[in-house]
Structure formats: C-alpha cells, structure tokens
Design a protein around this ligand. Structure first.
Ligand code: DC
Length: 221
C-alpha cells in the first residue's frame, strides 16, 4: 500500500511522513532528499548541473537509503550536507530537468516495489504513484509555513529574519509551481489537509486514520 504526501515547502510533510512511517512500520521515501543527494554527488564528481543526461544516469546508479531518520548514499551519511543552502540552491535546476525527473520516477517506483510506503515530495500522487491508495496534499498558509521554518532556523543558530524566510519561501514556491515537468500540484483525487491549526501529532493522527480507512478489509488487523 502507498500513501503519498505532497505539498509546498514548510507544510510539515517531512516530519509527518517520518512519524507516520515509524508508526505504521512502513518504508519512508523523502524524495526531496533524493534530489538533494543526487545534486551533492554530481557536484562532488564535477558534473555540470546543466548536463541532465549525466545527472539522470547518476540518479539511477547511486544507492540511496533512508534509515533511522538519516539519508545514506552508497553507505555514506549525507543527512547534514544535503541540507546546506548551497545544495538547496543547486538542487533547483536539477529538479527542473525532465530527464532527471524521469530517472527519479523509475528509481522511486523501484524503491516502492513490494513494500508499504509513505512517500513525500511534490509530484508523488500526481506523477510517480498515480495509483496510490491514499493521496494527501498538505497545505498551510505562507505565513504559518514561514513561521515554522523561521523557528527551525533560529534553533539552528541562523540570524535570518522572518521577512527574509518569507521572501526566500516565496521564491521556492514559485519555482516549485512553475516547473515545466513535475510541478507542485495536488492530484485530482488527493485529499487536501490544511495544517495551519493542527499540531504535528494531530496531522499524524489524521493521516493514520486515512490509511486505516483505505486499507483493504482483508489486511485489517
Ligand atoms: O522538499 P525539499 O526542500 O527537500 O526538496 C528539495 C528540492 O527538490 C526542491 O527544489 C523541490 C524539489 N523536489 C521536486 O522537484 N520533486 C519532489 N518530488 C521533491 C522535491
């Protein structure tokens, strides 16, 4: 069974997806981390970020594993490196390239074969897993998303103001929505979940209830 969680940056996808996967004992795919990891390795290998064919081949050749909240590439823990501002910026053109997205789609489908999966990103319900049993589009107002990110960044020691976080978020939203292939969009049959007034625990509760309601009766405990 597959549940897809798509939505803009800061809607709370990652923490909800990770907590839900842990609770259900399912696999977890953080597809944003996959785009980031491929970008990191491409830069390390001196590839041009404009060389979509080379990066697509790279995406299919490296082994990405999610374990215990960490991301590993060919056995190396890259969890911290992929979250730097440099990689965030460099990932954008990589995620825009249709050839890279095709390769990622193949890799993501392979990773989900034969297992129960919680997957999160921008195009998981709309493009990669159109037949997923549960599709959720997580939203929150721009102000609330920026407030959450600002709190996280403050905790990490960043001096960025709320206004700066809001401005950089607006640029990312625009990039996500205007990508020619794989743009951020709710699948027609996705359930919209606005997280503005919900605690992280409430979000996970609602998602778990949705999964329970869509489980084929044969596999209900
Ligand atoms: O969710 P994130 O910030 O870790 O995503 C990193 C980048 O990858 C961001 O530019 C959006 C892009 N992305 C994408 O294009 N498709 C996905 N399924 C997931 C992320």
């Amino acid at each position: 069974m597959i549940i897809t969680l798509d939505g803009p940056a800061g809607a709370g996808k990652s923490s909800a997806a990770r907590a839900l996967a842990r609770r259900l004992g399912w696999c977890y795919l953080d597809t944003g981390a996959m785009y980031r990891a491929v970008t990191l390795v491409a830069l390390e290998r001196g590839l041009s970020l404009a060389d979509a064919a080379a990066i697509a081949a790279l995406a299919e050749s490296i082994g990405i594993v999610f374990s215990d909240g960490r991301v590993f590439v060919d056995g190396r823990d890259v969890s911290v490196e992929i979250r730097t501002e440099r990689i965030t910026e460099a990932t954008r053109p990589v995620a825009d390239a249709p050839a890279v997205r095709e390769a990622m789609k193949r890799v993501q489908r392979r990773m989900a074969e034969g297992v129960d999966v919680v997957t999160e990103g921008r195009d998981q319900g709309s493009v990669v897993f159109p037949h997923a049993e549960v599709k959720v589009f997580l939203t929150a107002s721009a102000e609330e998303r920026a407030r959450r990110r600002h709190r996280e960044e403050e905790a990490r020691g960043s001096a960025a103001t709320l206004e700066q976080v809001l401005a950089s978020q607006a640029r990312r939203d625009e990039g996500d929505r205007s990508r020619p292939v794989g743009a951020l969009a709710a699948a027609d049959d996705a359930i919209l979940l606005d997280t503005d007034a919900l605690s992280p625990e409430d979000v996970v509760e609602r998602l778990a209830a949705l999964v329970e309601s869509r489980r084929p009766s044969a596999c209900r405990p």
